[in-house]
Design a protein around this ligand. Structure first.
Ligand SMILES: C[S@@+](CC[C@H](N)C(=O)[O-])C[C@H]1O[C@@H](n2cnc3c(N)ncnc32)[C@H](O)[C@@H]1O
Length: 310
C-alpha cells in the first residue's frame, strides 16, 4: 500500500456520524464524481485506492462526502507525565535502583524518574544534558546500537525503550535490553499501539505530511513498533507482558510492560515472522488479543504479583 501512496487516499472519518464499517452505505453517499475502486475500513479510518477527485465545488451530498473524508477528530493533548508516572510507580513498588532510557529527546520522562542511577541514550538530545549530569546520571549521545555494543557497562532494573520507532530497531533494542536487564527487572516499550493510521506510517515526516494532505494536524508517530508485540507473543515464551491502557484518561497512550516469567498459557498465534513484518495498521483489530490489554491498575497488579517473589 505504501509503495502505491500516490494512488491511495487515507482519511480519518467521524465514526460517531458515519458507520464506516458498513462500506456499502459509506460508498453510496459518495458522489459519482468521485470514483472509488477499492476501500477498506477499521471503523475509524477509510483507505480508498485509486480515488479520483474529478472537480471541486460541492453540492450538499458532495459536502457530506468531503466531510466524511476530511473530518479528522481533534486529538487529545498528550499526557506528558504518563510515562514517568508509570515508571516511577513500578520502580517504587519494586525497590529498583538502576534505570536506562533509550530515546530521551527533551528529557520530559528521563528527568522525572526518581531512581538513584539513571542512564540516558539518544543521538540527539534536545536539552542541555550537562546541567543534569552527575556520576549517577549519565548521558550517552549516540544511537542505541552504539550504546549497547560499545558503551553499556552495567545492568539495569528498569529499561524504557522509546528510541527509533521502527519494528527492526525497536526489536533490536529490546533484544539488547534483555541482555542487560537484572533478575526481577522490567522493560517498558512506549508507543506500542498507533493512535491512528498516520501514526503507523514508516517515518515521522510521512506521518506529518500525510496528515497535512488530508487537512489534519499533529506530529504523533509510533511507526511500526506495534509489530514487536506479536513478535514477543510468539517468540518469547519465557516473557510475560501486558499492554496497559487507561480508559479513564483520554490522553493516555498505551505502552507495553514486559518482565521475565514463564508464560504458562503460552500459545503461539498462527503467524510467522514474515507475516508479522507485513502487518499494517488495518490488521490491528485482527491481532488485538496478542497485545494482552489490561487497564492501568489491573495491569500493574498482574506485574507486581508476578515479580514479587523473583
Ligand atoms: C519519542 S522521542 C523520546 C521521548 C522520551 N522518551 C520522552 O518520554 O519524553 C524519540 C527519541 O528517540 C531518539 N532516537 C532516534 N533514533 C535513535 C536511536 N537509533 N537510538 C536511540 N535513540 C534514538 C530521537 O532522537 C528522539 O529523541
Amino acid at each position: 500500500m505504501l509503495n502505491r501512496r500516490q494512488q491511495d487516499v487515507i482519511s480519518t472519518v467521524n465514526a460517531s456520524v458515519y458507520d464506516v464499517r458498513d462500506l456499502d452505505a459509506l460508498l453510496s453517499c459518495v458522489p459519482s464524481v468521485i470514483k472509488i475502486y477499492d476501500a477498506t475500513s477499521d471503523g475509524k479510518h477509510v483507505i480508498c485506492r485509486n480515488l479520483t477527485w474529478v472537480r471541486s465545488g460541492f453540492d450538499t451530498s458532495e459536502r457530506r462526502a468531503m466531510k466524511l473524508f476530511k473530518s479528522g477528530k481533534a486529538k487529545p493533548n498528550r499526557d506528558t507525565a504518563q510515562s514517568s508516572r508509570l515508571l516511577n510507580r513500578i520502580a517504587k513498588q519494586s525497590g529498583y535502583k538502576d534505570y536506562l532510557e533509550v530515546g530521551v529527546q527533551t528529557g520530559i520522562t528521563f528527568n522525572a524518574i526518581e531512581l538513584p542511577h539513571r542512564d540516558a541514550v539518544d543521538p540527539n538530545f534536545l536539552f542541555e544534558t550537562s546541567e543534569h549530569a552527575t556520576n549517577n546520571v549519565r548521558f550517552f549521545s549516540m544511537t542505541s546500537d552504539e550504546f549497547f555494543t560499545r558503551q553499556c557497562d552495567k545492568t539495569y532494573d528498569l529499561i524504557f525503550l522509546d528510541g527509533l520507532h521502527t519494528f527492526t530497531q525497536c526489536l533490536r533494542d529490546f533484544c539488547a535490553a534483555l541482555q542487560v536487564l537484572n533478575e526481577g527487572g522490567v522493560i517498558v516499550i512506549d508507543d506500542t499501539v498507533p493512535m491512528d493510521f498516520f501514526s503507523s506510517l514508516p517515518t515521522q515526516d510521512l506521518a506529518i505530511s500525510a496528515r497535512k494532505e488530508h487537512g489534519l494536524e499533529g506530529r504523533a508517530w509510533t511507526g511500526d513498533v506495534f509489530k514487536v508485540i506479536p513478535t514477543i507473543h510468539n517468540f518469547f515464551p519465557n516473557l510475560q507482558y501486558v499492554t496497559i491502557r487507561d480508559p479513564s484518561n483520554p490522553a493516555h497512550k498505551p505502552n507495553t510492560v514486559i518482565w521475565r516469567a514463564q508464560r504458562a498459557d503460552f500459545e503461539p498465534a498462527d503467524i510467522s515472522l514474515t507475516d508479522v513484518e507485513a502487518l499494517d495498521y488495518f490488521d490491528l483489530p485482527r491481532i488485538e488479543n496478542l497485545f494482552r490489554y489490561m487497564d492501568y491498575e489491573d495491569g500493574l497488579q498482574r506485574l507486581f504479583e508476578s515479580i514479587k517473589d523473583q
